[in-house]
Design a protein around this ligand. Structure first.
Ligand code: NAP
Ligand code: GCO
Length: 264
């Protein structure tokens, strides 16, 4: 009997997935039976990714593509269709953060974060939706954030982008749900990846970073997440197990959003 979580016969594209959360998600989709395609912004990152997938036992297809470049994205999607097959599952994972107080942030930097974290998921989704419609459906998973719900000092652009990505998720679900396209988000909590390494840096006196201590106290699970914590939720949202789930963000945060925080 075939499992509702099986991705046999599917082609999944995970953007920016040479390492970190994207790599873990793509590995999980491969374990569920999917063919994996990923991209990154330069050849050395793609090569690093190809090696990591090979060591994991996955024969992934890696491409160089900047997801903010609409013309390059259209060429990339056409190349995938020619060389691998049409995309059944898209995971918009590529993302950047700049931690700068808002009044010190240039408008150019603000736009750059919005471009990668919000405009690019629009561009890549737009490029795969017509073929999903033609083939009777598809899955889009947008990697959102705690900052889709919460603010904090220094992350105005990132929070604006990830809040926008939550609403883009709901809108894709609204606009294309009738074509059997499910678009959902995953909202990771604080996950140990290169993106959050500066928040976990050991201090000169050997003590833990104050933000590291703050996150552990704010997380009911009392730990940072690891990228592999996103594997199960990703397989669920990519598979037919979630065929009537649309426009939701599944927060995978060890309970952060449920918790008011420890009394000082
Ligand atoms: P990461 O370690 O920085 O990986 C992000 C990947 O995206 C990198 O490979 C990066 O390449 C790539 N990328 C950046 N800009 C790109 C572009 N224009 N075109 C193609 N690829 C691009 O981040 P992560 O922590 O794994 O995060 C993955 C996603 O999860 C992001 O959307 C992030 O915002 C989100 N997220 C992370 C956390 C967390 O705690 N780590 C929590 C919630 C949400 P470079 O190495 O060249 O930058
Ligand atoms: C920060 C963090 C985050 C996270 C993540 C939380 O500086 O607060 O980098 O924003 O990485 O997106 O879900």
């Amino acid at each position: 009997m075939s499992s509702p979580f099986s991705l046999e016969g599917k082609v999944s594209l995970v953007t920016g997935a040479s390492y970190g959360i994207g790599f873990s998600i793509a590995s999980a989709l491969a374990e569920a039976g999917s063919v994996i395609v990923f991209n990154d912004i330069n050849q050395s990152l793609v090569d690093k990714g190809l090696e990591a997938y090979k060591a994991f036992g996955v024969n992934a297809h890696g491409y160089v593509c900047d997801v903010t470049d609409e013309a390059a994205v259209y060429d990339f999607i056409a190349a995938i269709e020619r060389e691998v097959g049409a995309v059944d599952v898209l995971v918009n994972n590529a993302g950047i953060i700049m931690r700068v107080p808002m009044t010190e942030m240039s408008a150019a930097d603000f736009r750059k974060v919005i471009d990668v974290d919000l405009n690019a998921p629009f561009i890549v989704s737009k490029a795969v939706i017509p073929s999903m419609i033609k083939r009777g459906g598809g899955k889009i998973i947008n990697i959102c954030s705690m900052m889709s719900e919460l603010g904090r000092e220094t992350v105005s652009a990132y929070a604006a982008a990830k809040g926008g990505l939550k609403m883009l998720t709901k809108n894709i679900a609204s606009e294309y749900g009738a074509f059997n396209i499910q678009c959902n988000g995953i909202g990771p909590g604080y996950i140990e990846t290169p993106q959050t390494a500066p928040l976990r840096e050991i201090q000169k006196d050997g003590s833990r970073h104050p933000f590291d201590k703050f996150i552990i106290s704010k997380t009911p699970a009392a730990r940072w997440g690891v990228a592999d914590d996103l594997k199960g939720p990703a397989v669920f949202l990519a598979s037919s197990a979630s065929d009537f789930v649309n426009g939701q963000v599944l927060y995978v945060d060890g309970g952060i959003l449920a918790y008011i925080g420890k009394q000082p």
